[in-house]
Design a protein around this ligand. Sequence first.
Ligand code: SAM
Length: 235
Amino acid sequence: MINKDRLKNICADIGVDLDAQALERFELFASLLVEKNKVLNLTAITDPEGIAVKHFADSLTALRMIELNAGDRVIDVGTGGGFPGIPLLIARPEIELTMLDSTGKKLAFVSQSVEELGLSANVVHARAEEAGRGELRESFDFAVSRAVAAMNVLCEYCLPLVRVGGVFIAMKGPDADAELSGSAAALKKLGGAYGDTRAFTLPDGSERRLVVCKKISQTPTAYPRNGGKIAKKPL
Ligand code: SAM
């Protein structure tokens, strides 16, 4: 069982204030995650402190880079067990959140959790590169993604989904700088431009990097390519 006072302090340490209702929802989501993880592999982290720091606080660091307002359209690409999407929705329930993943079983958990938390979000079962060629193309103000792919591949998954003028945030570990330097061509081809990188140290000492990219022009229709081509010949 997560300790709400402890979670409040951990999130305050990374600069995010949580109200009583958010803390209640985080407590419930932690118990849903631990329960479901007994039958479906969602996370290796199941202790209350680990969940609070490495899942909840880590996900919320995105709020230090972008202001999320009511009605903002946000997509979490490769959400898995709901990260960073569900923590962002708990902290900012008024956003229009879409959580996308290629694994249906994880999304069933995500859907059920959103409902039990009394929140609402869209859940999309698709590969990101397929969604980026369909009706969701260039329809989001923000794309966020954590622990899904190397930066150059992630750009091809995420940037086609972002409208011109929108922002893509890659939530990375300490190797982000090296990944970023190998992504300059991908960013340019996809209509993106590098914005900023911010380093965060989580309360357990883990190093994180948040990389912000802006969508400055439309993604050419040749992108995203299909998954096989992206894997074989990353930009
Ligand atoms: N973002 C979550 C987190 O930080 O806990 C999950 C990370 S998990 C390591 C990677 C997730 O990305 C998996 O759930 C996988 O199904 C999803 N994924 C990988 N490639 C994808 C793609 N091309 N389209 C959609 N989902 C993808």
